[in-house]
Design a protein around this ligand. Sequence first.
Ligand code: 13P
Ligand code: SF4
Length: 343
Amino acid sequence: MTSTIAPATPAVTGDERTLSPAEYESWAAEVRRLADERDAVILAHNYQVPEIQDVAHHTGDSLYLSRVAAQTDAREIVFCGVHFMAETAKILSPEKTVLLPDLEAGCSLADSITAEQLREWKAEHPGAVVVSYVNTTAAVKAETDICCTSSNAADVIRSIPADREILFCPDQFLGAHVKRVTGREDIHVWAGECHVHAGISPSDVRAQVAAHPDAEILVHPECGCTTSVLDLVSHGDLPAERTRVLSTGGMADAAKNTTAGQVLVATEVGILHQLRALNSGTEFIPMNDRAACRYMKMITPAKLLDTLRTGRGVVDVDPDTAARARRAVEAMIAIGEPGRGGE
Ligand code: 13P
Ligand code: SF4
């Protein structure tokens, strides 16, 4: 099941704003005032619209935001991201109120496996260790031994004894990547995918590399093109020292340090705002300029303000499910050093 980004999806720069500079200033002042009043911390994923990335107290990748959610002293967490991320914050901080400015902000990847499907898969492989990407529902996490994100997936796999069979879900491209980097053969990978990343294709890579032959290349491991990029590297058609597979947080770290004139970026286009803010001397170019996540873009400046004014958008997780899911998320958090992440 390989999807493509719908052809009707318009091209974007990744820096689309809906507020003028003056509107941004007054909106941001009100957002911060209300957040202080509510004792709320605002967390934003790297794929959020620019205004929300800029106003948030913390902006980063899934692992970084999970760590902040687990450690914050704030009474409330306002999560500007998608539903599974807000659920993860609630799982880690059950005593806090977690708000998501649009409860319909889902994730096509999280939708690619249900708890029932995972239970059936486990029954076919008794004794296997279940590793689930954080892009899953709380109910799937509750059936999981250890979670992972794109920044720590290989470390999570390496933490599992070599004689154990592993079920990895739900992302087939991340699964293929961790198999490649860890050399583990006994990993069964679920055939799920994210519609945005699956749509960044090998032909996008060929066209963009031909148009920008000296550019560095950053690829998110959820991309449908990851294997073909690494094939180009192994055949000597792309220089290994200029090509990296990274989480969005790893891309931010790489952007800070690069001296390249151009960088091709294969992931959701919202990250481009973050990369350009971190390094104005480099041109960051989307590998596919239609790779926008409609769910991430459901969180708008107006909805964030509304949530802060009204307290609408409460995310709850059934306590029993949360307790079982927490073990899997905490097992992941215990691995590796805090940071914004990279593989
Ligand atoms: P990161 O953990 O790399 O930020 O990825 C989250 C995500 O949803 C990717 O599509
Ligand atoms: Fe889910 Fe893909 Fe959107 Fe990330 S980009 S939130 S994986 S649909």
